[in-house]
Design a binder for this molecule. Sequence first.
Ligand code: BYC
Length: 316
Amino acid sequence: METINFEERFQEYVHSEQKVEPKHWMPEPYRKTLIRQISQHAHSEVVGMLPEANWISRAPSLRRKVALLAKVQDEAGHGLYLYSAAETLGADRADLVGDLLSGKAKYSSIFNYPTRSWADIGAIGWLVDGAAIANQVMLCRTSYGPYARAMVRICKEESFHQRQGYEIMLALCKGTKEQKEMAQDALNRWWWPSLMMFGPTDKESTNSAQSMNWKIKRKSNDELRQEFIDKTVPQAEFLGLTIPDEQLEWDEKTGHYRFGPIDWEEFYHVLKGNGPCNKERLEARNKAHDDGRWVREAANAFAKKTQERKGEHSAA
Ligand code: BYC
């Protein structure tokens, strides 16, 4: 009798570019990796609302305020699609959120930096959303169907976010000397943390090899970081701003920019919870969760009542 090797079949299936769906057989480590990545991604969207929300009430015009509000609301939506995608793998949303609130779960390092001036909102849209797009366009082709489909919509919204940020930078760079200095200062502070968003170097990345073999990740951390740099340097030149890297240099031979060393010590420091705003972000999320308790309780009570009424009707 022929024995079926499910793992081999699974590997062949993903290598033939077919999507894995929630009810398909999948290796347990594949499921766990996806829950880890998708939930970290969801947490990043939700925590990512905080640094920007800091500026909603101080946006310099009604138009800027409306655009920023829409962007922050989109991020809440991204968090929701992503938690739903994680639920299709059997994860319990309350557990995932609980891990974020207790500090057990990771979220993107970038959101542990403060937003000191309005130019930071421009820099986040331009650089942070720019980096997010570079990473997430590849995820539209990830092997897990619900994640890939969520990413298509998320990427469309991210590209509006990126333009929103670049437009703020453009206005500041065309403005007064002080405004341009503000834009340069924001670029100086956000450049290196944005490069860290792509994760450790390929050599240090613990999950990449397996995730690429399962076609969860389609490009490596270093490849995506390089793509982002190559795309962003000309945008900085157009703004008349200087990238804060003295070693940045166009390499004719490779067709890529060479760049200086990334401070990985800082990256791991932030990951361990010691970045400038880690504590503040977790406190804000915990407070929002506690303040929203009555909404969850009301929604659950309503759902229960609706269910009971349905039961009464079908019994009658
Ligand atoms: N920050 O083996 P590696 C957004 C962790 S939100 C924190 O390379 P992997 C936006 C990594 O999790 C942007 N942790 O991991 C929202 C792993 O830890 P564990 C978020 C990081 O998973 C609002 C360890 O380091 N985007 O767009 O293969 C406003 C080793 O790394 C970071 C996503 O989440 C980091 N920067 O690759 C604006 C996209 N980097 O779990 C914008 C989906 C690495 O083993 N995620 N770590 O303990 C991914 O594509 C991948 O998970 C990553 C990391 C490329 C981030």
